[in-house]
Ligand binder design. Structure first.
Ligand SMILES: Nc1ncnc2c1ncn2[C@@H]1O[C@H](COP(=O)(O)OP(=O)(O)OP(=O)(O)O)[C@@H](O)[C@H]1O
Length: 920
């Protein structure tokens, strides 16, 4: 090709030079100036590594003066190109190629191919595979559920799937103690973050659980939360500190008496707010607690809200209702109506059972569709008349596989010193409290008993819980200093770090403490299931608290029966309360969600007997026992059964688990990772089955590979190994290493232009084929989540000389096996010859892809209308029974549907990769 001064050329040997301009032609040499880098280079005309830059119709170009145009026509005048195009204001302009900006980036596959910027065929294959896998991820029914380092437990996977897929989920996770609510919340967050439904998350937890949450989120979900406390807040001096991070963890107490902080946290935007131990959010119409008010305001500002509590009714039904109201104010708007509905659970449960058996109940409530499918009808009942979509509660009875709880009573004589202490209930239950020094340790027989018991249990670990910090401190001192028992204390007077250190010392298997003595704060949320002896130095006057205490050990991962030891002083309130819990409420052998309600019912009588045990106590025990049996039965047949229906559908859960396992058990991920490593210059080495060691090499493509440490990272694809070996990274399609590396392929041009030759019988040598990969590009506001309905949908075409698509005849993987590499000089020579032909074929290929696109778009719109339409229908149906649903909410949903439709219709094709293939 002839060079002319003023023409623009690019160096295919060094793309970093930008766009050059011919400044001199002298005999057999040509000099090119590269303004972007301020360099001039002279080449021999014959072998110059230069390609003429020629933009096409539809290309975006920019001039040195900052004008941007979409090219509509290309003319040539005295060897120089003139581009005509339209700018942002639709004005038409013509510019000479001389005016083009030198900072040109040739990134589209067609530009790169035609300008001689070829990638390896293996990179091309990697790119195609990347889009295929990304698309699979977007469509996968288990998207967001694969990446957690957890055992796949049906009740958790079910909830995570139900809730995590929702747009702006608002739910109360109320599984019984220790069944994994934190894990469920983590799975939901993971799913929401991965799908882009949420990006800013605030987690509020009691101070004692901060560290545990931080660690669980990191090790199980690779979620890096920033822990905000006084210290961290003090470090941020500019702007709203709560906007400094995306994932934020802090304690609820951080805001107590801090109006400015409250304003700041409320001013920050949140997609999801999570509140652990939400039973602390006390509410009454007259005096809602400070915490409740804070969460109420946050709930109003955030699209999503997760509340976690094992004991939703711990502080009464009104507070329980108020928490549900935070989640769905339109559904829960009237406490009296709610109470009336709760009493009807039995009826709904029976009704659901009838429908399941194929009958349509005569008293089906108004507004339900008698002709709907049974499953749908049941769901409508649950949604409109139960706590349906907002409350999830799994019980031990339903989950199964839990060990037994065994109570050991240890009666001890009441010492003289305590006989004369005051006789109110509190000092009856905690007679040591009035002592301002440690003198009670000497005569309280529970102390000596504790010392002896721990010695007998050695080396088994035991968790000791008592109500008060002073008691815990005194006991621990005694055990540690006088009895020589390795112990630690855990109470509110310690800093967070000291508390976590104490818990870690207790957890240490080899050199750790035998016992941890906790005040009540240790009875909530913490994971101590590595121990199976629980010593209740006293008993709390609230069954839900008792359940929380037992739940420290009786939780997922417990390998033994849980041995509960209760020392008590005979003839005192302690014995009375123990009797009531054991023989009345049966609280030790089984957890009971109605414990607090039963306690309230018998409270007055019980308090009387705690002060002075009277003759009627046996009768109270039988009455409580009878009522408890009855209540448990009713719960089992009513509320619990209804909630169970809603909280785990085993078939659906197992199908999800099978789908996850299937993806995990295939070798695809490992093979893909190895290809990624090859492309990015990361060395891989076999470690053991399904486990590899990755190491940076000297030939790293980008100098960085996500989550790869300088000293190397060992990764496993095996879930069991990942659970057992925390030092290995557990790799799934959702691990950030994969997600980021795939993004590196997606968002760069790696592998988007390639050239190769093949030998195909029956096809004349010299025949040219173009392998094109298109994806759907839908530009839409993130909150619409359009990719739910319209994923990348890669479309591969293999067009032959006549524009016929051979993709189905020669699959991509087959082509990869056959294709041979072409040396660069030959490739450049070919490209010069076939420019026009490539353009013509691209046109044909694009037309075919566009026809497919229009089908894809229609399907996506139909799917979107079906899904969002069902949501609208639900809201409209609820509005009939609940006047507080505002018309604007329905209007907003209508608006969203139409917005989605507009964006789907405007989606376009994007060419992601192009390979030129010649037959030889
Ligand atoms: N799927 C799982 N795989 C492995 N470990 C799990 C799984 N689910 C829960 N666990 C472990 O079981 C324990 C209890 O889980 P978690 O803390 O989430 O329960 P919880 O319901 O929040 O408890 P609490 O009611 O006490 O707050 C934790 O140690 C957790 O790591």
């Amino acid at each position: 090709m002839e060079y002319i001064i003023g023409q623009r050329w690019v160096s295919h040997a060094d793309a970093q030079l930008g766009l050059g301009v011919i400044v001199e032609i002298e005999q057999r040499r040509v000099t090119v100036n590269f303004p972007a880098v301020g360099e001039e280079r002279t080449y021999a005309i014959d072998g110059a590594p230069l390609t003429r830059l020629r933009f096409q119709e539809g290309d975006h170009i920019a001039t040195v003066s900052g004008v941007e145009l979409v090219v509509t026509r290309v003319d040539e005048h005295q060897g120089l190109l003139l581009y005509t195009g339209t700018d942002h204001h639709d004005a038409e302009l013509t510019v000479s190629e001389l005016e083009l900006d030198a900072y040109v980036q040739l990134t589209t596959p067609q530009q790169r191919l035609l300008n001689g910027h070829f990638d390896k065929n293996s990179d091309f294959a990697l790119r195609v595979a990347t889009f295929d896998y990304l698309d699979r991820q977007q469509r996968s029914p288990v998207r967001g559920l694969m990446g957690s380092r957890t055992s796949l437990l049906p009740h958790q996977v079910y909830i995570a799937n139900e809730v995590g897929q929702r747009f702006a989920p608002r739910v109360l996770l109320a599984d019984e103690v220790g069944l994994g609510k934190t894990i469920e919340a983590g799975m939901i967050m993971h799913q929401q973050l991965l799908s882009g439904r949420a990006s800013r998350v605030l987690v509020l937890v009691p101070e004692t659980l901060l560290h545990q949450w931080l660690v669980e989120m990191l090790r199980r979900f690779n979620l890096h939360f920033a822990l905000f406390d006084d210290e961290r807040l003090a470090e941020i001096d500019a702007g709203n500190p709560f906007e400094a991070e995306q994932l934020l963890l802090c304690s609820t107490s951080l805001f107590a008496g801090q109006p400015e902080r409250r304003e700041q946290v409320l001013a920050a935007p949140w997609d999801l707010v999570v509140v652990d131990e939400a039973h602390h959010l006390e509410w009454s119409a007259e005096a809602p607690s400070e915490e409740y008010q804070l969460v109420e305001s946050l709930a109003g500002n955030s699209a999503g809200l997760l509340l976690l509590t094992a004991t939703p009714e711990q502080v009464g039904q009104a507070s329980h209702f108020a928490r549900l109201r935070l989640l769905d104010p339109s559904r829960f708007h009237d406490l009296e109506q709610f109470a009336a509905e709760e009493s009807q659970y039995h009826r709904w449960s029976d009704m659901a059972q009838q429908i399941e058996a194929g009958e349509i109940p005569g008293d089906l409530p108004e507004g339900l569709d008698r002709n709907a499918e049974p499953a749908q009808l049941i769901e409508q009942i649950l949604d409109r008349h139960g706590t349906g979509r907002v409350l999830f509660r799994n019980t031990r009875a339903a989950v199964s596989g839990f060990p037994q709880r065994l109570l050991h009573r240890h009666p001890l004589p009441c010492p003289e010193e305590y006989r004369f202490s005051s006789v109110d209930v509190d000092s009856g239950l905690h007679p040591e409290l009035p002592y301002h020094d440690d003198s009670w340790l000497a005569f309280d027989p529970r102390v000596n008993w504790l010392e002896q018991t721990l010695k007998q249990l050695r080396p088994a670990k035991a968790l000791v819980i008592c109500a008060n910090a002073d008691t815990a401190v005194a006991l621990e001192h005694h055990l540690h200093l006088r009895a020589g028992i390795r112990s630690a204390a855990f109470y509110e007077g310690l800093s967070i770090i000291e508390r976590d250190r104490a818990a870690a010392y207790f957890a240490d298997e080899v050199n750790g403490a035998q016992t941890l003595v906790c005040s009540e704060i240790g009875s909530e949320g913490r994971n101590f299931q590595f121990a199976h002896h629980l010593i209740l130095f006293d008993l709390p006057l609230n069954p839900d608290l008792l359940e929380q205490r037992i739940g420290r050990l009786d939780r997922i991962g417990q390998q033994h029966d849980v041995e509960i030891h209760v020392p008590y002083l005979e003839g005192t309130a302690q014995e009375t309360l123990l009797d009531w819990y054991e023989r009345g409420l049966d609280a030790f052998s089984e957890s009971c969600s109605a414990g607090y309600m039963i306690f309230q019912r018998f409270r007055e009588a019980l308090l009387g007997h705690l002060e002075q045990r009277g003759e009627g106590f046996e009768a109270l025990l039988s009455e409580t026992a009878e009522f408890t049996v009855q209540t448990r039965l009713e719960l089992r047949e009513g509320q619990d059964r209804l909630l169970e229906r809603n909280s785990c559908k085993p078939d659906a859960a197992n199908a999800l688990i099978d789908a996850i396992s299937e993806r995990e058990n295939s070798d695809e991920l490992q093979e893909y990772l190895e290809a990624l490593c090859e492309a990015f210059g990361v060395d891989t080495e076999f470690h053991s089955e399904h486990t590899l060691i990755l190491r940076p090499s000297e030939h790293m493509l980008t100098g960085h590979f996500p989550y790869l440490r300088d000293e190397g990272t060992t990764v496993t694809f095996d879930r069991d190994k990942g659970l057992a070996r925390e030092d290995l990274a557990f790799l799934t399609w959702e691990h950030p290493m994969l997600v980021e590396a795939m993004d590196m392929v997606h968002s760069t041009e790696l592998g988007n232009a390639a050239i190769g030759t093949i030998k195909l019988k029956g096809i004349a040598p010299g025949t040219m084929m173009l392998e094109c990969l298109f994806t759907v590009n839908c530009v839409a506001p993130k909150e619409l989540q359009v990719e739910r309905f319209l994923p990348l949908s890669p479309t591969r075409l293999l067009v032959d000389a006549r524009g016929k698509d051979l993709a189905h005849l020669v699959p991509h993987t087959r082509l990869n096996e056959l294709v041979e590499r072409v040396k660069k000089p030959v490739a450049l020579a070919i490209i010069k010859q076939v420019q026009k032909e490539v353009d013509a074929k691209m046109l044909l290929a694009t037309r075919q892809a566009e026809t497919r696109l229009s089908d894809l778009l229609s399907e996506a719109e139909a799917e979107m209308r079906a899904q969002l339409g069902a949501e609208r229908e639900r809201l409209a149906a609820l509005q009939k029974v609940n006047p507080s649903i505002r018309q604007e909410e329905l209007d907003h949903l209508d608006y969203r549907i139409e917005e989605c439709a507009i964006h789907i219709r405007h989606a376009s094709l994007q060419l992601q990769a192009l390979r030129l293939i010649l037959t030889t």
